[in-house]
Structure formats: structure tokens, C-alpha cells
Design a protein around this ligand. Structure first.
Ligand code: C2E
Ligand code: CA
Ligand code: CA
Length: 643
């Protein structure tokens, strides 16, 4: 009985569908897609040779030339699929440059292929692989093919295992299934030579790869038609894994959220499409060498590899010019704030984690200037290290008590002397040096350490207030910052009142600063806390007034004694409109019986201007920066003696 070709026909149909789907799903560009298509094509050829060979065998043909051609064709194409799969895996890991350097590995990978090819070419003359003269019989070198196949499979496995961190589990399964499926096929074939399962199993493996790995929906964002976040993550991980140097243009639309809030979701997507279109167009004009990604929330990435890196600079320029133009959308003019950062990876942003952390929010860390920002200038490595390790740094500082409290004097215009001070936290980390309170406080709020830090500061201040030297200074009170997370903590009043008790500190010596952001929360816990502390006799200041979007009604209802005008007013006071606003604000606040502190006063001119406005207190570098307790005592003693 002859062999059946029905499974081969099935394989052929499957392979043709796969080939077609490569085109339909536009999976035709890029090296791994191309290799995949070559595998499909070679498999089609292999199946056709197999069908021809079996048909000739079944017909007991005497056409020796045709028999040799069909069988050799089948063997060589079938065998070729194994190293091609290996190339496919290598292309997924993008390690060509490593392979290129290793001549030994190239020979090891190429040699079996050459030997098999030569053996099959000379086979018709000496029958070393197989013969067809008296039916299909295997020759002495046939086994070589199995040896070579095993060699490639070993390489395959080594590669997959070594680079497993690049792939998700499901992708790993999809790449690796070829191996067991192939082995099963080989076993079936061995025990049951009449059914030709090998090609069928091969096509099934390809199908699994196609479904599991080549999924455009995984990679293409449907709005922008650019590659997605997941692809960016994969490609950047791969680049750092392979020590491949790239230059990245990071574009974060700073005001994307407010644009979306303003025009709605659909129109915001149109804006994104427009931006993506501009990026694509500029890239095309410049030779199309960049990889383009859309991440989320108005964040785009443009990546140049290898010799194309030098193009990044001019692309960033062109993009910056283009994106500064307003976008017209349904008769609305939309102005974007396109933050553009140029980053060398991994030179400036040294590892994957840093790259992602930096890219997440650089637009929130710096005012928009319209200039291209260089990653290396914006953040030095030390600052990035601090950000990455802030949790440990805080933990260590709390453990070793290495936080310090500094004091910045506050001057009374009416009394002509210093009457109070603001307590500000300082941290010198043995490894990273000075760590800015902003970095510190934001992270501490996120990881919950803010409560312990807050207590530490409060206790230090109470210790100071209870000391004799403080009494000699004749100061009225010390201002202490409270962040939102602290005011939301139900234990706050008990803890703080207990500390004051411990040091016999009277409440008139304490003033707590809260911000407008906190004032915006209409939260029960917060209201209760404020009430309890007020009841206990502690007064409150509203910090950073003028920077938030305060709910005026809320602000008025809060038990506030002092309003602190934000530093930013001082910078803009040359603007006549700001000055009118300030004059009226001060008047309004005075009518409400509030006291006013101006922060950030750095020059005599500013001091005079705000004194003329009848602000009560002045704080700023003009008098003194925040200084350690001992220096502060010396400073106040000296200054108030003179006055
Ligand atoms: P803030 O409460 O607005 O503190 C005033 C900030 O302005 C301080 O920065 C101070 O050094 C700075 N400053 C004072 N005078 C001038 C000036 O003339 N010119 C300029 N350019 N700056 C001036 P610092 O110490 O870096 O603190 C930053 C922020 O960190 C504080 O802003 C506050 O929100 C937070 N913070 C500091 N210490 C604590 C704390 O113990 N607890 C809490 N929750 N937050 C704190
Ligand atoms: Ca403050
Ligand atoms: Ca402030």
C-alpha cells in the first residue's frame, strides 16, 4: 500500500493561508517577519516536493532523475526549516551584531547546512544519503541530517533559555512549541512511515508562532498606527540586554490631559493622530530610519539605532518646530506643550528601569520652555539613582536618625525684627549627598514614610522650643509643614499633642502650614483633625497661596491665621497685572483679618515692594537661607540685638 498525501495537502492549504495572512495583517516588514515568510515559503516548497516524491513512489515510477529531484528537494527544503527557525529566534532577540563577531559560531551554524547540501547534490552519483533505484532506501549519511537537526535544536534551546527574560510566558511557549511538535512528528513518522505527518506538524508549529508571536494587535496602536508601549518595552529591554546603543527622542505632550478634558476623548484622539502623522512624515522625509512608538497619555518615542543615531538631533529640531504650531481641530485652535528630550541610551539613562522612570514624568519636573532638553543635563546620574533608591534612602535615614531640621527666619515688617521661623527638613545621605526635600517628600508621601518623617520633624522642633536658648531668642512661634497625607491621618492630633505634652510646649508656639491642595479636599478626617488641633490652640497657615486652584469657599472656611504668598508672585511682580492682583489680594486678606507672609524674597527691592504693600512678614534668601539650629540661634541673637 502506498503513502497517503492527504496530510500534505492539508499542510499546503494551511501554509498558503498563513502566507496570505502575513500580507493581510501587514506582517511583511522587519527582519523577523521576513524570516517567518521565508520559512513559510520554504515549507510550501518542501510540501510540494514531498507530494511529488510520494506520488512518484506510489506510481512506482522509473524516472530516476525525477525521483532524485523530488526526494532531494524535499530533504533539503525540509532540513532548511530547522536553521531558519533558529535565525527567526535570533532575530527576535536582535543579536545579529553578536553573531557577526563570532566566526566560530557562524561556521558551526553554517557547516551542517553546507555538508548536507553537498551530500545531496552528489547523492545521485554515489547514493550516500538515499537511493531510489529499487524503491526509496536510506544511505549511510542519512543519519547525518538527524545529527545536524539536533545540533540546531540545541542552539535553539540555548538561545531561548538565555534570552527568556525578553519574552512573556505565552510568547516563550509559542517559540518553543516547534521543538516538541517536531519531535512528536519525527516519532510518528518513525513508527508509522505511511502517514506523512512531518509537514503537517511543521505547518501547525508555524501557525502557533503566527498566532502567539506575530500579533500586530499586540504591537500596533489603533489610533496612531504607531507601535505600542509593549513593543517599546520589549525593544528597549532587548537593546539594554544586548548592549546596543540607541538615541531616543522622547516626546511627552505636557498638556495632553487638559487638552483631553477640554475637547473630549474623540477629539483628543484626533489630536494624537495628527501628532503621529507629523512624526511619520518627518521620519519619512529624513529617510525613514527611526522606529516610532506611541506609549500612552500623549507620550511618543522615536528611536534611532546604530549609524542612524546622528539623525536624532535634526529630527528632534524638526519635530519641535512642527509641534509648536497650533493644531486646528473642528474650528478649535489647540496649542500643545510638546516636551522633547533627547536621550542616549544606555549612556545617559543607564538601565531599563531608569529609562522608564525618567520617561514617565520628565514633563512634570520642569517648566515648559520650548527648547529641546538633553537627558544628561536634566538629570544627572546621582539624581536618578536617588529616585530609584529613595525608599531605601529614607529607611536608612530614619534608622540612623540622619534627618536634620533647618530653620529659615521670618521677619516682621511692623516690628522690624525676626519673630518666627519655618522648619524645613534636610537630608544628607552618606552615599548620594544632599537630597532635595521635594524629591524626598513626594516619595515619602507615596511610600507612607511621610508620617514618621513628619513626627521626627515635629519632635525636633518641640525639643528646640522647649530649650532655654529658644526662650532667649524671644520668637513667637515656629512654622511646620504638613503634607496632605499627614492631615488625612486620623492619628495626627493625638500624636502631635502627645509630643507637645512631652516637651511642655504650649500651642501658641506652633503654627502648622497646609497647602491649597489640602484645602481643596473636603474630607471628614481632615476637617476633624484641623478642628481638634485648632481647639487645642494651634494655629494654621495656608502655604503656597496662589499656585493651586483653591476652592475659595473652602479656604474661607478653614481656621487659618496666616496666608503665605507663593514665591512665584515675587518673580512675576514686575508684571503690572500681577501687582494689581497682589494689591487687592492683600487688601482682601487683611479685611478678613489674616496675616500675610511673603516667601522667596531675595532682594532689597522686593523687600521694599512687599513692605509697601503692607504684608506682615517676609521670608527669603534676602535675610537667610534655611540654616541648622545652632547657626539659626546665632543668626537671630545677632540680628535682633542689632535692631
Ligand atoms: P515650602 O513649604 O514652600 O518651603 C519653602 C521653600 O522655599 C524651601 O525649600 C525654602 O528653602 C525655599 N526658599 C525660601 N526662601 C527662598 C528664596 O528666597 N528663594 C528661593 N528660590 N527659595 C526660597 P525647601 O527647603 O527645598 O523645601 C521644599 C518643600 O519641601 C517645602 O516647600 C515643603 O513643601 C516641603 N518640605 C520641607 N520640609 C518639610 C517637612 O518637614 N514636612 C513636609 N511635609 N514638607 C516639607
Ligand atoms: Ca512651607
Ligand atoms: Ca511655600
Amino acid at each position: 500500500m502506498g503513502k497517503s498525501i492527504s496530510l500534505d495537502i492539508a499542510a499546503l492549504v494551511l501554509l498558503l493561508i498563513l502566507l496570505n495572512s502575513c500580507y493581510v495583517r501587514k506582517m511583511t516588514s522587519g527582519i523577523s517577519n521576513r524570516i517567518f515568510m521565508i520559512i513559510v515559503l520554504v515549507s510550501i516548497a518542501s510540501t510540494l516536493f514531498d507530494i511529488a516524491a510520494v506520488t512518484l513512489d506510489n506510481a512506482q515510477s522509473n524516472n530516476i532523475a525525477a525521483l532524485y529531484t523530488a526526494h532531494s528537494g524535499y530533504l533539503i527544503t525540509h532540513f532548511l526549516c530547522v536553521p531558519l527557525h533558529l535565525l527567526f529566534v535570533i532575530s527576535l532577540t536582535d543579536t545579529w551584531h553578536i553573531l557577526r563577531k563570532r566566526i566560530g559560531m557562524q561556521i558551526l551554524l553554517g557547516l551542517p547546512l553546507v555538508v548536507m547540501f553537498v551530500a545531496l547534490v552528489v547523492n545521485a552519483g554515489n547514493q550516500i544519503v538515499f537511493s531510489v533505484e529499487s524503491g526509496y532506501t536510506r544511505g549511510p549519511l542519512f543519519g547525518l541530517m538527524y545529527v545536524a537537526t539536533v545540533l540546531y535544536i540545541v542552539f535553539d534551546i540555548v538561545y531561548i533559555v538565555r534570552y527568556r527574560d525578553l519574552f512573556s510566558f505565552s510568547r516563550l511557549v509559542a517559540i518553543a512549541t516547534v521543538i516538541p511538535v517536531g519531535l512528536v512528528a519525527m516519532l510518528i513518522q518513525m513508527f508509522n512511515p505511511r502517514t506523512l505527518v512531518e509537514m503537517f506538524c511543521g505547518s501547525i508549529s508555524l501557525l502557533i508562532i503566527s498566532i502567539g508571536i506575530q500579533r500586530p494587535e499586540d504591537y500596533i496602536d489603533s489610533f496612531t498606527q504607531l507601535t505600542k508601549y509593549s513593543a517599546y518595552v520589549y525593544d528597549m529591554k532587548r537593546a539594554s540586554r544586548n548592549d546596543k546603543h540607541v538615541k531616543i527622542i522622547m516626546l511627552n505632550i505636557g498638556n495632553f490631559r487638559s487638552v483631553q478634558a477640554m475637547v473630549g476623548f474623540d477629539s483628543a484622539m484626533d489630536v494624537l493622530k495628527e501628532v503621529a502623522g507629523k512624526i511619520r512624515e518627518i521620519n519619512k522625509k529624513m529617510g525613514g530610519n527611526a522606529d516610532l512608538y506611541y506609549l500612552d497619555n500623549g507620550r511618543f518615542r522615536i528611536v534611532f539605532c546604530g549609524k542612524y543615531r546622528e539623525k536624532a538631533e535634526s529630527m528632534a529640531e524638526a519635530l519641535n518646530q512642527e509641534l509648536k504650531k497650533k493644531i486646528e481641530l473642528n474650528e478649535l485652535d489647540i496649542n500643545l506643550t510638546p516636551y522633547i528630550v533627547l536621550a542616549n541610551y544606555p549612556e545617559e539613562l543607564t538601565d531599563f528601569r531608569t529609562l522608564m522612570a525618567f520617561g514617565a514624568d520628565f514633563h512634570q519636573r520642569t517648566p515648559y520652555t520650548g527648547q529641546i532638553i538633553r537627558a544628561g543635563e536634566m538629570y544627572n546620574q546621582n539624581q536618578l539613582d536617588i529616585q530609584n533608591n529613595i525608599d531605601e534612602i529614607i529607611e536608612r535615614a530614619l534608622e540612623h536618625g540622619s534627618f536634620e531640621v533647618y530653620y529659615q527666619p521670618i521677619y516682621s515688617v511692623a516690628q522690624g525684627k525676626f519673630v518666627s521661623a519655618e522648619a524645613l527638613i534636610r537630608l544628607f545621605d552618606p552615599q548620594h549627598g544632599f537630597i532635595s526635600p521635594e524629591t524626598l517628600i513626594v516619595s515619602a508621601e507615596q511610600n507612607g514614610a511621610i508620617h514618621r518623617i513628619g513626627e521626627f520633624v515635629f519632635e525636633k522642633v518641640c525639643q528646640f522650643i522647649a530649650s532655654d536658648e529658644f526662650a532667649r531668642l524671644g520668637l513667637d512661634y515656629i512654622e511646620i509643614n504638613l503634607s496632605v497625607a499627614q492631615i488625612m491621618n486620623g492619628d495626627l492630633p493625638d500624636t502631635y499633642l502627645a509630643i507637645m505634652n512631652k516637651y511642655h510646649v504650649t500651642p501658641d508656639k506652633i503654627n502648622l502650614e497646609i497647602t491649597e491642595t489640602a484645602a481643596a479636599y473636603a474630607q471628614n478626617v481632615m476637617t476633624d483633625n484641623l478642628e481638634r488641633l485648632t481647639q487645642a490652640g494651634i494655629s494654621f497657615s495656608l502655604d503656597d497661596y496662589g499656585t493651586g486652584y483653591s476652592n475659595m469657599q473652602r479656604v474661607i472656611q478653614l481656621p487659618l491665621k496666616i496666608i503665605k504668598l507663593d514665591k512665584s508672585f515675587v518673580d512675576t511682580k514686575n508684571n503690572p497685572k500681577v501687582w494689581i492682583f497682589l494689591r487687592n489680594t492683600v487688601k482682601m486678606l487683611k479685611d478678613m483679618d489674616m496675616e500675610i507672609v511673603v516667601e522667596g524674597v531675595e532682594t532689597q527691592e522686593m523687600l521694599d515692594a512687599f513692605s509697601d504693600l503692607k504684608c506682615d512678614f517676609i521670608q527669603g534668601y534676602f535675610f537667610s537661607k534655611p540654616i541648622p539650629r545652632n547657626d539659626f540661634v546665632a543668626f537671630i541673637t545677632e540680628a535682633n540685638k542689632a535692631s
